[in-house]
Design a binder for this molecule. Structure first.
Ligand SMILES: O=C(O)CCC(=O)C(=O)O
Length: 239
């Protein structure tokens, strides 16, 4: 799939691009299956769907397992395979206009109902990802993610503000830039299969999962191969 000129312009102007139905169902099924396999192997219970309310309750009651899944899953090769898929890598390469690489550290988020522990408050990825300011994050939910399941929020055009100091702190450990809240905020509701690509300087935030089921998502990051990256983001894998 090639991006249209209007999609490229949108990304340049807004700092993000939502591509509906970009990801094949089979790729998402595979990730979901792997996740449920870990729940079974590490938690001793089999669930047929990651959208089961029983699963959310099971994980809410088992903090240690939730932590183990959160930290353990990011190291697996099937996440790299997912990140290398052409449905993501090709549009990213088009946006950056040159060959790109996938950064080896690929977070897999598990946001359980009502849990604020992992909430990412307003931030620019550059603060954490470093390396270079053109890095693209590909955010892919494993399920429908409307407002009530905690869709991402973005501030269109905020990437034009340059690198911001994240000078304020909340929830004991999260930093955000103060003085940015007069801007337009967009809630990006997504379906399974949709893909959100955004610029490393775009201001964005989690919102709370208020649904009865888990909100699972993958955040793969891509850099131009010619640009510097920070070693903390892992080895850059050409795609
Ligand atoms: O998924 C979320 O809620 C936040 C993700 C995020 O902020 C990021 O990937 O940079």
């Amino acid at each position: 799939m090639r991006l249209t000129e209007s999609q490229r312009q949108q990304y340049r102007r807004d700092g993000f691009l939502l591509i509906r139905g970009a990801l094949p169902s089979a790729a998402l099924d595979r990730v979901e299956e792997e996740f449920l396999g870990f729940v079974e192997a590490w938690g001793g219970r089999r669930f047929d769907s990651a959208q089961s309310e029983d699963l959310a309750r099971f994980l809410l009651g088992n903090r240690e397992l939730e932590r183990k899944l959160y930290d353990g899953i990011r190291d697996f090769p099937w996440l790299v395979e997912f990140g290398k898929s052409r449905e993501i890598a090709e549009p990213v390469a088009e946006l950056l206009g040159e060959p790109v690489g996938l950064m080896g550290k690929i977070p897999f988020r598990i946001d359980l109902p009502g849990v604020t522990r992992e909430l990412a408050v307003w931030h620019q990825d550059y603060r954490y990802v470093m390396g270079n300011e053109e890095i693209v994050t590909a955010w892919a939910p494993l399920q429908e993610t409307p407002y009530v399941r905690g869709c991402l929020m973005v501030m269109p055009g905020s990437h034009e503000m340059g690198v911001l100091e994240h000078d304020a702190m909340v929830l004991g450990k999260r930093h955000f830039p103060s003085g940015v809240f007069g801007r337009e905020v967009r809630y990006v509701e997504m379906q399974r299969g949709d893909l959100l690509l955004f610029h490393a300087l775009l201001l964005h935030s989690s919102s709370l999962n208020m649904s009865p089921t888990a909100r699972l998502s993958i955040q793969a990051r891509y850099s131009a191969l010619s640009a510097p990256t920070d070693p903390s983001m892992g080895h850059v894998i050409p795609v």
